[in-house]
Design a protein around this ligand. Structure first.
Ligand code: ATP
Ligand code: LTN
Length: 329
């Protein structure tokens, strides 16, 4: 059985991009594979944050993951900082990664390059992400399109390590969904929908009520030729809505294009489809927040299982690179 690993930062508000680009695929994979899903709180330390909020946000993210359909009986949900082997391996991998390849990471270039006060952790972030993946010898990593470059780095580090120290890591593969891999901002459809978006109107949160979702989709930026055509390059706004509608309803983009001749009805029905897709998630979330202790317990058993795999990998890696172990003689 293949092993799947993915991660999400506990940065609070979960949006439609996270759900369609990542979590929905995670839910599917828990039935086909041995699945581990990690809330990467150590990654969240790379930018300014409020310590009073981090733990709350971490528990909230776990609650959302379960509400989205992850079943703690079928997969392991855990918190990165509760499995210290991730940072142990990250150090070893940093000693096998170059400044040049990390300097080419577009996320670092966008968020930090040229700024002297940017944290070292933001620069080395992709290596910690590689450790998150390689420590479980994951075969598949379901992520949104924005993570492809980080995955490529993890693969390169794994191959380099294997050729230097002998076969140790599985070389992982990114799994990007065919639809919804890049949900765009409703106010600026040339940018991905993101928590850090400049306008809250551009992002749909899983916590938004139906009236808010309806309003945001009806106000989505489109163009003025009124043609319902899928053309991401020339018509990014309308193409984004077509993808959203298709992802939420299961209808193909061709089918939707044939059924609509103007933007108004397309926007109303897209909003309706998104509202219906999110409603059961909100219902489960509202139930789960009443019993946060059970969510915390799921995280503890997830961490226990993850630690047993991670510990075995560290033993193997340590011996391969010449660190002395208690059973050396
Ligand atoms: P943001 O840019 O919103 O801060 P992020 O990329 O830091 O988000 P995480 O919360 O760490 O997001 O990401 C969790 C998952 O959601 C990742 O697999 C990421 O690829 C996916 N994802 C994030 N935004 C989008 C989007 N707009 N479209 C599709 N997938 C996305
Ligand atoms: N970098 C990712 C989050 C992340 C991740 C991972 C994803 C950290 N470790 C391991 C997949 C596998 C992001 O910002 N979305």
């Amino acid at each position: 059985m293949k092993r799947v690993l993915s991660g999400v930062q506990p940065t609070g508000d979960v949006h439609l991009g996270n759900y369609l680009g990542a979590f929905r695929g995670w839910v599917q994979e828990q039935s086909n594979c041995e699945a581990l899903y990690c809330i990467v709180d150590l990654h969240a330390l790379t930018v300014d944050y409020d310590p009073k909020e981090l733990a709350e946000r971490t528990l909230d993210m776990a609650t959302y993951l379960i509400a989205c359909g992850l079943d703690p009986q079928r997969c392991s949900i855990f918190v990165q900082s509760q499995v210290p082997q991730h940072t142990y391996l990250a150090w070893i991998l940093e000693c096998n990664a170059s400044m040049g390849e990390l300097s080419r990471m577009t996320q670092f270039k966008d968020k930090g390059k040229g700024n002297d006060s940017v944290k070292v952790g933001l620069f080395t972030y992709p290596v910690l992400m590689a450790a998150d993946i390689l420590i479980y010898n994951a075969d598949l990593v379901p992520v949104g399109d924005d993570q492809r470059q980080h995955l490529e780095l993890a693969r390169n580090i794994a191959m380099r390590f294997n050729s230097k120290y002998g076969a140790t890591f599985t070389v992982p593969q990114a799994q990007v969904p065919p639809l919804g891999a890049r949900v765009m901002d409703l106010q600026d459809p040339t940018k991905k929908m993101s928590k850090s978006s400049s306008s809250p109107q551009g992002i749909i949160l899983l916590s938004d009520d139906p009236a808010t979702i309806d309003k945001k989709i009806k106000r989505a930026v489109t163009d003025n030729d009124s043609l319902v055509n899928y053309d991401p390059e020339h018509k990014p706004g309308i193409s984004n809505l077509l993808e959203l509608f298709s992802s939420a309803s299961g209808q193909s983009i061709e089918q939707i294009q044939q059924n609509y001749t103007s933007y108004g009805p397309l926007k109303s029905d897209t909003a309706q489809a998104v509202i219906e897709m999110i409603a059961p998630i909100q219902e489960r979330y509202n139930e789960l927040v009443k019993d946060r202790k059970s969510v915390l317990d799921c995280l503890a058993s997830g961490a226990e299982h993850a630690t047993s795999i991670a510990g075995a990998t560290i033993d193997q890696v340590a011996s391969a690179i010449g660190l002395i172990r208690p059973d050396y003689i």
